[in-house]
Design a protein around this ligand. Sequence first.
Ligand SMILES: [Zn+2]
Length: 88
Amino acid sequence: MAKKKSKIQTPTWLLEGEAESKTKKKTEKTFKVRRCPKCNSDEISVVIGEVGVWECRECKWKGKDVNEDELTEDEFMIYLDEKGEEVA
Ligand SMILES: [Zn+2]
């Protein structure tokens, strides 16, 4: 799913989520999702033996500047759902 910075309408659930997080900030759990800056895949992993270097399994990109998304628990669940990842 490509992330676009255009002025498309923010989904209602997202607006609601923002309002909610202001009232109960303390308990909000966030999950960090790292993505490849080249192909936006989350199939990236750290390179063993190289500190802070990531490698993309999809396009073989390698570097330190990965994209980071911070998701709330709800967003993270949606993310996993879209990803279709099976919980082992
Ligand atoms: Zn990639």
